[in-house]
Design a protein around this ligand. Sequence first.
Ligand code: F6P
Length: 328
Amino acid sequence: MENKKIKRIGVLTSGGDAPGMNAAVRAVVRTAISYGMECVGIRRGWQGLINSDFINMKSDSVNHILSRGGTILYTARSDDFMTEEGRKKAVSTCKMLGIDAVIAIGGDGTFRGALELSRLGIPVVGIPATIDNDLGCSNYTIGFDTACNTAIECIDRLRDTMQSHERCSVVEVMGRNAGFLALYVAIAAGATAVLVPERELDFRKDVVERIQNARLAGNTHFMIVVAEGVGSAFEIGARIKEELGMDPRVTVLGHIQRGGSPNARDRETATRMGYFAIKVLAEGRSNCIVGTQQGGIVDIPIEEALGMKKRLQMERYNVLEAMGNFSR
Ligand code: F6P
């Protein structure tokens, strides 16, 4: 497996970390080596490319990282890379280090950076990794499943104490402007209600009536999942207190959801995506994002991929609603 054009690649992780990023780095490094390419790890995302912050990577540089959360390459959100001057420096670093192509692992912001770099003549391939699962070009993004399981585990624990005290719990989950994480978690955790940014909030119908119906069905504790994109869970808790006379407890799960060892789905998907990204380069393609579609992995030109929208499946919202009117 010898590649004529791409001799040396750079790999970086950028934006919010996600469980499985390390698995993707490992797959990229090992596959690149199997194609006879050299590998440079760029540290701290696009900022590392500006600052020449790098390490040479061999096969054993990625030993024992498959099961580790976070990213051994560190990550950052770079303001400098948003400037033309910063991007020019990044191109100079690529030239200085002899990097023929960059593999960028991250989310939407990472791929906007990738597009800019590709416009300056550096070939790039993106690998989607974000717990938000909000990229239109890929059904699945690395880290989502592990984050869902972490959130569910936390909510199960909360339920124990909520049930004992016959309380209402309001739990805020991450997801930035999207409700994928919240909706999936709410179904899997058996929430009384879920609030997502994709659906305009009708507080009476979506919260008050759902709690009242659950109460009529015999429930004595209530779990309300709020996507961070909707607003503050504390405000939702205060409104519940005001309108229902309850005394809810509010929990913001926060960055807990981003940590932890990646589960099987994230390790497997990350490994396949990492392998595929290098294969794409070896076959002479670049300036694309790899993504899962109908079970397989495809590559889509970056600009097109960035324009693709992922719709929150409202059928899932209906599923949650249908589960709500029964005693747990
Ligand atoms: O995009 C991943 C994510 O965890 C979002 O869900 C969240 O809004 C954001 O990153 C938090 O970013 P930071 O780690 O900078 O606080």
